[in-house]
Structure formats: structure tokens, C-alpha cells
Ligand binder design. Structure first.
Ligand code: ADP
Length: 501
């Protein structure tokens, strides 16, 4: 024991020169010597540890294991490093713990066995290791792809799991490759040009978009973030790659949606404008077109009032008929306008029912009779009693009313209007023929344009919207309209519609 006591010069000189903590224990694990480094490591004063059991330097929870260890070690008696497979901790006087690395050296003096433990506080190193592990984890677990490659050879040095997974090569394959090998649209020259600002030190970081090609040949758009770095004496470039397939798809979709919405908006604006124009037109038409019949109605009503006597019944009836006809006429114009408004605003809703053709024809002709001029007559279609159709009844009424009223309006007194209806396959063909003024040939091509009125029709009242809505409705319902006309001889308008819906 004497040999380790204070004042024992050999030990003192040797041990104080060593920066590691030295703790010497005897066979019974009693501390027989410590150096200044050990005292300060464990927080004791000089000589304070002498005579104490080694356990005071070891956290309680490790005592049991440690005892077994030490006795085993004493028996084998050879030099070794402790804690290779597990973490070792020291306990300070104040109870705190710290990670240590310890080397054990057995020796004997005067036949007594001792063990000298060299103890290093590895708190700082441990922390650095942990930090490194943390960063390595981030590198590996990152969902982005990370590639590290050599500045000079351009060969990949390391890549993370995310990269391996997406690109499809394994690390040994990649180590023989450079970034150019996974960029189908860039050759070496192009790539060097792209990253030149970093190579020349003009920039610390770079960001650019390109395409990467997987081992299986498929490609995907990427955003590359490139930065200079170094490992050991290697100058490296670190590339963080974002697969922007979804982002691009999203952007594309967004652009398409924007384009679609814009065109919808434009369409809506056009419609809105047309509706606005229609309203203006309507107002001016109302003032023109309504004025004449309204003043006619007023005149007839006034005149009718002038024939109160019973024997004047015939005269009264004549005026009342005129009133009826003019009201009917106004009603038709309003129906046409409502139809336009609905067609324009997309609000039109067709209502299919099954009905006999004769019903609509009878109603339309009955109403048209009021408008007939002197000596005009309408010839009913033959053999239509058995014809039933699936169609919008009100719309068919509107179509036929327009055609028959035109035929009456644009032909002279004493003329005949012929209506025919025939079934052909699944189609119903209805023709309205008159012997009237006809349509000048050069104007025929405009006849279905809204508000168009032929030169020879201008003496008659009209709005120029009837044929336009007739055609639109028919087309919406799977039908069609054609006509042929010779000026001053007459016209025939023929509509075709499906019998079944
Ligand atoms: P409106 O009769 O109110 O003017 P329409 O749209 O019904 O409007 O007809 C458009 C134009 O077509 C008429 O102004 C006229 O020039 C011509 N038209 C239509 N039907 C006939 C017909 N049966 N005979 C001669 N011209 C016609």
C-alpha cells in the first residue's frame, strides 16, 4: 500500500503527468490511489477517495454487473479496454453521471494484485456521436432524394435511401455513375454549364429544374438544390432533389382549370352581353311592334262601343274579332321573346309527353283562324288521327304557330295555306305551304338569323325572331327545319322531328 501513498514520488510524478484519470484498486476493489485528473473528473478532493470502495465511482444500477466483471477480470489478469459492447458511466461525488471510457491494466507489487483504471470522460465525444447519428438519420430517412458527388470526378459518393428507392439503382451502381448519367436531357457540357456558378464559387447554392431518368427508363421532373460541401479531403457537391411530378401535374391541372374557367367566364360574359342587347332590342321592339296592334285594339274597342244596338251585332263582332286577333298576335310575340330568354340563359327545360298530333294542329289552326285575311283558308293535313308523338307539346305549338302565322302574314287575301303531315320511319314531317310573297333568293341564307327580316316583308309587322327560335328548339330536340321559296310565288317550310323520344 505504501507505494501509492502521497509522497510516493514515482506514482505521483507518473500519474500527474497523465491527462486521463487514474484510479488504482486492490483485489477487494478498494481504491488505493487516484491522480489529480481522476479526482477532478469525479469531483473529489485529493486523497478523499483513498480507502473507499470502487462502487462510489460507479452509478448504483451498474454495481451488480460491475462486481462480477471485476472479479472475473482480476482472475484473468490481463490488460483490456472496458465497455466495448456497452456504455460505461461514472458517478461523481454529487451523484451526477457521465459517460466514460476505461482501460484496465492489472499489475502486482510485492505479490499483491492491483488494477489501474485509466478513465476518460467521453461526454463531448458522445454528444458529437449522437449528433452525427442524428444527421445521418436525417440524411437517410429524408423523403427527398439526396446525392453527394465528387466535384472533380463527378462520381456519386453517397446517396440516401429516398434516392435509391426512386432512381432504382443500388449504391454500387451509382458509385460508377455521375449526375449526367441520370439526366436524359443534359450532356456533360450542359450539366457543367448549369452548375458552373457553384464550381466557380460565384454562388453558394443553386436551384434548377430538370428531368431524372430511373434505371427502368422512366423519367420524372425534379427540382435540384445544389450546394458545395466537403468530406475529409474530398470536395463534394450535395444535391437535394425534389420529385415535382405531383407539383407539375397539379400546376398543369390548375392551369387547365383556370383556362376552362376563363373561357366559361368569357362565354357567360358574351351571353350576358347578348341578353343585355336582347333586352334593349326587346324594349325598342315592344315600343314599335306593340304600338300598332295596341292602337288597333283601342280603335276596335272604341268602334265596337259605338254599335250598342242589337241590330248592330254583326259590326260589333267584326271589331271584337279584330281585338281577339291582335291580342293573339301580341301574345305570340311575347311567347317568342320568353322562348329566346330561356334559350339564351340556358333555362329552357323540355317537357316530353305523348300526345296526338291532331290535338296540337287543331289548336294552332283554331287560333290562326282569327288572323286569316279575307278569303284565306287553311287546308288541314289528312290522315293524322293515328299519329302520336313524344315531344314537348308547348314547343310544337310554338313552332307550328310561328310557321302558320308567317304563312298567313306573308300571303295575300284569297290565298290558301296547306298543311301536311307524314310519318317516315321514326320521323314526323310537317310542311306548311303558302302562296305568298316568298323570300328573295339572295336573302334566303339569312332567314334563320335572329332579327333578320327580308326586304319584301318589311311592310308587315314582325320581329325577325320567330324562325330563329323555331330552328333552335328543333335542333335542341333532335329535329330540323328547311324551306324553299320563290319570290312572289310562295314558300314551303318543312320541319322534321323524331316521333319517339
Ligand atoms: P317575323 O315574321 O316576325 O319577321 P320570322 O323569324 O318569323 O320573323 O321570319 C323572318 C323573316 O323570314 C320574315 O321577316 C320574312 O322576311 C321571312 N319569312 C318567314 N316566313 C315567311 C313566309 N311564309 N313567306 C315569306 N317570307 C317569310
Amino acid at each position: 500500500m505504501e507505494v501509492f501513498k502521497k509522497g510516493s514520488n514515482i506514482f505521483k510524478i507518473l500519474s500527474e503527468a497523465v491527462s486521463e484519470g487514474i484510479v488504482i484498486v486492490n483485489k477487494s476493489q478498494i481504491i488505493v490511489g487516484t491522480n489529480a485528473a481522476a479526482n477532478s473528473l469525479f469531483g473529489y478532493d485529493e486523497d478523499e477517495l483513498l480507502g473507499q470502495h470502487l462502487d462510489v465511482l460507479i452509478p448504483k444500477k451498474y454495481h451488480h454487473n460491475h462486481h462480477k466483471h471485476v472479479s472475473g477480470f482480476m482472475d484473468k489478469s490481463h490488460k483490456r479496454q472496458m465497455g466495448h459492447n456497452q456504455e460505461l458511466y461514472g458517478a461523481r461525488k454529487d451523484g451526477s453521471q457521465f459517460p466514460v471510457e476505461a482501460g484496465l491494466n492489472p499489475f502486482s507489487v510485492y505479490d499483491n494484485n492491483y488494477v489501474m483504471a485509466l478513465v476518460i470522460d467521453i461526454t463531448v465525444r458522445k454528444k458529437a456521436e449522437q449528433e452525427l447519428k442524428h444527421w445521418a438519420n436525417i440524411f437517410n430517412e429524408s423523403l427527398n432524394e439526396i446525392y453527394i458527388f465528387d466535384v472533380n470526378t463527378m462520381l456519386f459518393i453517397d446517396v440516401n435511401k429516398g434516392a435509391l428507392k426512386n432512381i432504382g439503382y443500388d449504391i454500387s451502381e451509382l458509385r460508377k455513375m455521375t449526375p449526367v448519367d441520370i439526366k436524359p436531357h443534359l450532356d456533360k457540357e450542359g450539366f457543367l454549364k448549369e452548375i458552373n456558378p457553384i464550381l466557380e464559387g460565384k454562388k453558394d447554392k443553386l436551384k434548377f429544374n430538370t428531368t431524372h431518368q430511373r434505371k427502368d427508363g422512366t423519367t420524372y421532373p425534379v427540382e435540384v438544390h445544389l450546394q458545395k460541401s466537403s468530406t475529409g479531403d474530398h470536395e463534394t457537391l450535395v444535391a437535394i432533389i425534389l420529385d415535382i411530378t405531383e407539383q407539375e401535374a397539379y400546376t398543369q391541372k390548375l392551369e387547365q382549370t383556370v383556362a376552362k374557367r376563363t373561357s366559361q367566364l368569357e362565354e357567360a360574359l358574351v351571353k350576358e352581353k347578348e341578353l343585355g342587347e336582347l333586352k334593349t332590342k326587346f324594349l325598342s321592339l315592344v315600343s314599335h311592334e306593340f304600338k300598332t296592334p295596341l292602337s288597333g285594339i283601342l280603335t276596335s274597342a272604341t268602334l265596337a262601343g259605338k254599335y250598342p244596338r242589337e241590330d248592330q251585332q254583326e259590326k260589333r263582332e267584326k271589331h271584337l274579332k279584330t281585338i281577339q286577333a291582335k291580342v293573339k298576335y301580341l301574345n305570340n310575340i311575347i311567347n317568342d321573346f320568353l322562348s329566346i330568354e330561356r334559350l339564351e340563359s340556358g333555362k329552357v327545360k323540355y317537357n316530353y309527353t305523348n300526345f296526338p298530333l291532331s290535338k296540337v294542329i287543331n289548336e294552332v289552326i283554331y287560333d290562326a283562324n282569327m288572323l286569316l285575311k279575307e278569303g284565306q283558308n287553311i287546308v288541314y293535313p289528312e290522315n293524322i288521327d293515328a299519329i302520336f308523338i313524344d315531344f314537348d307539346e308547348k314547343i310544337l305549338d310554338l313552332i307550328l304557330t310561328n310557321l302558320i302565322n308567317n304563312a298567313i302574314k306573308y300571303s295575300s287575301e284569297m290565298s290558301t295555306i296547306h298543311i301536311s303531315a307524314t310519318e317516315k320511319d321514326d320521323l314526323l314531317i310537317i310542311a306548311v305551304r303558302d302562296e305568298g310573297i316568298g323570300i328573295p333568293e339572295e336573302e334566303q341564307k339569312h332567314i334563320f338569323n335572329r332579327y333578320f327580316r327580308a326586304e319584301n316583308a318589311l311592310l308587315n309587322q314582325g320581329t325577325g325572331i320567330g324562325l330563329n327560335i323555331v330552328k333552335t328548339h328543333l335542333e335542341n330536340l333532335g329535329g330540323s327545319i328547311i324551306f324553299s321559296s320563290v319570290q312572289d310565288q310562295g314558300s314551303i317550310f318543312t320541319i322534321t322531328l323524331p316521333i319517339t323520344n
